[in-house]
Design a protein around this ligand. Structure first.
Ligand SMILES: [Zn+2]
Length: 160
């Protein structure tokens, strides 16, 4: 039996909280408690946050503060800063965890697998050789808060 590495971010990109509480990508930064919400960095138009349901250890998302779903509606400033934060995130992950590779991308629309389609978020997932075996274990499972905290600490330090 052979297993092939697959990239299936849609499996884990699903609702983080009850829908009636509004948009989680809007509410997290508004709480002003970045440690609690695992927000690693705040830019002017976008921020960086750890995914609570990671595809892999160190799964990061870059989100605009603005609530929008249409990638083509991003301003030049939002586009530029999201790209800069993407680069910053890759650098931080390299320094903290020395991955062998990365998957970086967007799921635009439900048809493309977006769990929260109404608010854009870009995924950055560090990969290690042979790590696809990790997915059945951690897939669709909320990681231990303690584990997430240590990941947060290791990364937050690199963003400072
Ligand atoms: Zn939102």
């Amino acid at each position: 039996m052979t297993q092939k590495p697959i990239w299936a971010p849609w499996r884990l990109d699903y609702i983080l909280g009850p829908k009636d509480e509004g948009c989680v990508f809007c509410s997290m930064p508004k709480e002003e408690d970045d440690e609690k919400n695992n927000i690693l960095y705040r830019g002017k138009t976008c921020y960086v946050v750890l995914n609570l349901f990671p595809y892999n250890n160190g799964h990061i998302m870059v989100c605009p503060f603005r609530h929008l779903s249409d990638y083509t509606a991003l301003t030049q400033e939002e586009l530029t800063e999201s790209a800069q934060l993407q680069q910053k995130s890759i650098l931080a992950l390299k320094q903290a965890f020395k991955p062998d590779g990365f998957n970086v991308g967007l799921n635009l629309g439900v048809a493309a697998g977006a769990g929260i389609e109404e608010h854009l978020h870009l995924h950055i997932v560090p990969r290690w050789n042979g790590d696809f075996n990790f997915m059945p274990v951690i897939g669709q499972t909320k990681v231990m808060p303690q584990h997430l905290k240590s990941t947060y600490e290791a990364l937050a330090d690199k963003f400072r």
